[in-house]
Each structure stands twice: as C-alpha cells, then as structure tokens.
Design a protein around this ligand. Structure first.
Ligand SMILES: C[S@@+](CC[C@H](N)C(=O)[O-])C[C@H]1O[C@@H](n2cnc3c(N)ncnc32)[C@H](O)[C@@H]1O
Length: 261
C-alpha cells in the first residue's frame, strides 16, 4: 500500500533481482521506484484503455495482462509480477497468471503483502476478531443473494464501481448506489453509521476516514480506492443451547477423568 515501509523485503529482493518486473501500479511514486530499480520494467497501466474498445471490457484487460506475464515467462525470463496491497486479494490477474504458469509447467508462487484491509484494521482500530468479519465485493453483494449478519463487521470492497455490470467504467453513480443502499437497508437502518476509508498510499496523501449515515452513501464521493466499512448494528446473541452442550461435555469428561483416576 505504502512503498515506504510496507514493501516486504522479499518482494523488494524479487523486484531488484528478477529479469523483468511487470506491474499495474496506480501510485506514481511506487511506479517510478520500480522503474528505476527493476532490470526491465513492463507497465500494464495502459491496458485499462482496452475496456473502452467496443466489445471489450475489464475481463479482456485482465486476460491481456495475464498474457503479457505468460509471454515473458515463455521467453525464458524470471518474471516478477507486482500488485499493490496483497497480490492475492481482489486481484484476479495474479491468481490467473499463477494458475496458467503452473499449467504450462513453470514454477510460480505468490508472496503475501500488506493489503488495504490490514491498513484499515490499523487505522480504524477495528479488530475483525471481536465480532467476526464479512468481506465481499460491492457489486457481488448487490447481484447475488447474500445473507448478511448484522452482528458482525461488513467490509464492502470497490463501492466506487458498485453496480457497473458492463465492466467498462471504473466508476459508479448515485442511482447504482441507491440500489446498494436499498439492499443494505434490508439489514441496517439508514441512519446506521458507516465509514468511507481510503488509506494514504504516499506521504503527500491523508488517510480518509469519513463517518456517514448509510442513507447518505449515494451522495458521497467515492473513488476507486474507497472501501466501505459497516460496523455491527446488533449485539451478539448467545446461543444458550450450544453453551449448555459444551458445559455438559466438560462435566462428562471431568466425571470420566475422576472415575479412571
Ligand atoms: C482491486 S482491489 C485491490 C485490493 C488490493 N489487492 C489490496 O490488497 O488491498 C481494489 C479495492 O481495494 C480497496 N483499496 C484499494 N486501495 C485502497 C486504499 N488506499 N484505501 C482503502 N481501500 C483501498 C478498495 O475497496 C478498492 O476498490
């Protein structure tokens, strides 16, 4: 997320030493550093233009990116494909490239990185373990039947492109967001307070943590990097029948242990 301090030593060593580094990195400072550091650098950012071509969409862009990674591999090079955050979280290109490379008999693996979720936990001071956490892509939440647990934290990724089914734009609009809010409204009150979170990715940026009412989401300004954080709306309800079962097991095991002692 932040090159200064959040790039893992092993990722840095691959970037410095592999024959070629292939990247779709939005942050200009990170891109510049990779450009100066890598032996050879292939920038994939311009591939996003493909989705504006008639008959093409984001999936074609991703396939072309995977194609470039694979063709460099086939030419006999050691290839390092880099992504911001964790390369395996909401980053289908890395998963596809590794699967394709392995299918063709190449050794390929992923190194974990610090994701937006890791930054979110630190910046918002939220422990996903305290109430449990649900995490999903905003459009996926909208178009599939999902059962949301209001006693747990809900993280919605990519609200900035929510509802954009054509996969041709990297933006959403007020009407799509109204549909999202209406669906969330089945579980949460429209006055429930949610956060719009954007981690700073370089020293010139400030982290955004905006607390808004759920009902105000359609009018909010959302970027591609915004993550929607929905805190639990209800208290956890104890399942007494399970507690009773567990206690009964404990008592039975203690009695058995006393008998054999
Ligand atoms: C394609 S996913 C990439 C996630 C990335 N691989 C990671 O591990 O964080 C893009 C989504 O990640 C989240 N995201 C990316 N950058 C972020 C940032 N700086 N702050 C908060 N969330 C961010 C947003 O939900 C955004 O829509």
């Amino acid at each position: 997320m932040r090159m200064g301090g959040q790039l893992t030593p092993i990722a840095q060593s691959y970037i410095e030493n592999f024959d070629v580094v292939i990247a779709a990195i939005p942050n200009i400072f990170t891109r510049k550093w990779i450009m100066d550091t890598a032996k050879e650098y292939i920038c994939l950012n311009s591939y996003y233009e493909d989705m504006h071509i008639d008959g093409k969409n984001r999936r074609d862009t991703y396939r072309r990116m995977v194609g470039t990674i694979l063709s460099e591999l086939r030419s006999g090079k050691n290839v390092c494909a880099t992504f911001y955050g964790h390369p395996g979280i909401f980053a289908c290109i890395s998963h596809m490239a590794i699967a394709d490379a392995r299918d063709e008999g190449y050794e390929a693996h992923m190194e974990p990185g610090i994701s937006a979720l890791d930054c979110l936990v630190a910046d918002l001071g939220i422990d996903p373990g305290s109430h449990g956490m649900q995490s999903m892509e905003s459009t996926q939440f909208m178009i599939y039947e999902r059962t949301i647990d209001p006693t747990a934290l809900l993280i919605l990724w990519q609200p900035g492109i929510a509802g954009e089914l054509a996969l041709k734009k990297l933006e959403t609009n007020e009407e799509y967001l109204e549909v999202l809010v209406k669906k969330l409204g089945l579980t949460y009150s429209l006055s429930h307070e949610v956060y719009l979170y954007e981690a700073a990715t370089d020293p010139l940026e400030e982290t955004r943590i905006d607390k808004i009412k759920l009902g105000d989401l359609p009018k909010a300004s959302l970027k591609q990097i915004t993550t929607l954080v929905i805190p639990p709306a209800k208290e956890l309800v104890r399942d007494q029948s399970i507690v009773d079962q567990l206690n009964a097991i404990t008592v039975r095991r203690q009695q058995f242990a006393q008998k054999v002692a």
